[in-house]
Design a protein. Structure first.
Length: 378
């Protein structure tokens, strides 16, 4: 059986002795909130005007949070890999983490489709249930039911590959880590280039949805985790990395669509993940490690899975294109409903599901970013 073993690590601070990276936990909710704002924007809750234009500037690129979460996934799974782990035990823990929430929201979305008459045939429902919808270029399949769950099809593919990828990563000499990270990040830019060979109608799927195309982000996170753990991270602090990521977030809107989707922001977001992870590893304070931010980060996976369902419910009742004041009120109401729903899902589905399904072990549950699961966007 393949064994998942961690790379050698420098001495950790007291805060990160068990591998915890609290700031990355807190930062997860920031990324999830950008995804929420993106969906508020594209649903056109606000009528055309100054407020809607402001929303476009603030959240028009919010979906790029998907890259943050995919890089984050590779980073924290590598950071928290166990000495005696096996592939089977690793896969069981990941299933225990993501599948109870996915199953619960799949059932809710299926019920909504039945009640509203939208319908969801077996050709849509089954791939979504099995988390293979991302392999289909049919938009009705990969965005079927709970739209945002397409990203879990990518995650499932990453998890399937992780033991093999990690075994290869462990064999890399330290001097090759930065070249390996550079290759992974360059591959992200190669994806839209290769996609030009496809018919125009399939490029969005090939760049944004196709699990194989998103794998370089995951691999980049894995390599960066080893770079940080082995003390090879340069003096790029949290705030310079944040400024770089914000700049890319704002300016990427002017890139051609095929490059704006992922490539324009992936590298700065990858550097942000590594810089924040390095700060946590060194015990340096950041704005994202407060108790409140960590709690929001812990429920962010549930928040991601319920937020669009909450938005659709609110919009079904209120309609769209409201005045600025009404739209802000509707948005706040949708956010409150999503946070409440995410707490309920986390408390009564996610935590019990992990206790029931994950393998029993005398060792503590995996740490790193607490139960980290990336939560991308449509």
């Amino acid at each position: 059986m393949t064994t998942v073993r961690p790379a050698a690590a420098p001495a950790a601070s007291a805060d990160t002795t068990a591998g915890r990276l609290p700031s990355l936990t807190g930062l997860r909710f920031v990324a999830a909130f950008l995804v929420f704002g993106f969906h508020v924007h594209i649903e056109h809750i606000m009528a055309p005007g100054a407020v809607r234009t402001t929303m476009e500037w603030l959240f028009g690129q919010g979906a790029v949070g998907v890259s943050f979460f995919f890089v984050l996934s590779g980073f924290v799974l590598t950071w928290s890999a166990r000495e005696s782990d096996t592939a089977t035990r690793f896969w069981r823990r990941r299933i225990a983490k993501i599948y109870p929430n996915h199953m619960a929201t799949w059932l809710v979305a299926l019920g909504v489709a039945v009640v509203t008459g939208a319908g969801a045939g077996l050709a849509i429902a089954l791939p979504n249930l099995l988390l293979v919808q991302g392999w289909s270029p049919d938009i009705d399949v990969f965005f079927g039911l709970n739209t945002v769950s397409w990203s879990l099809a990518c995650e499932a593919f990453f998890y399937a590959l992780f033991p093999l990828l990690f075994a290869g990563l462990r064999r890399l000499p330290g001097r090759t880590l930065w070249p390996a990270a550079t290759i992974a990040l360059a591959a992200i830019w190669a994806v839209p280039l290769v996609a030009q060979l496809l018919p125009a109608e399939h490029r969005y799927w090939a760049i944004w949805i196709f699990p194989l195309a998103r794998t370089p982000e995951f691999i980049a996170g894995m390599v960066l985790a080893r770079i940080v753990r082995e003390g090879r991270w340069p003096r790029l602090g949290v705030w310079p990395a944040t400024a770089l990521a914000v700049t890319a977030y704002v300016t990427s809107r002017w890139l051609p669509d095929d490059y704006r989707l992922v490539a324009g922001t992936a590298i700065p977001l990858a550097l942000l993940v590594a810089a924040v992870g390095a700060a946590d590893a060194a015990g340096r304070p950041t704005p994202w490690r407060s108790r409140r931010m960590i709690w929001l980060g812990e429920v962010s996976f549930a928040f991601y899975l319920v937020h669009q369902l909450a938005l659709r419910l609110i919009i079904k009742v209120t309609g769209v294109e409201h005045s600025a004041l009404a739209a802000v009120g509707i948005t706040v109401g949708a956010l409150a409903l999503a946070v409440l729903g995410s707490w309920l899902l986390y408390r009564y589905v996610e935590l019990p599901g992990m206790r029931l399904l994950r393998p029993k072990s005398p060792t503590p549950p995996e740490t790193g970013v607490r139960h980290s699961t990336p939560t991308p966007a449509r």
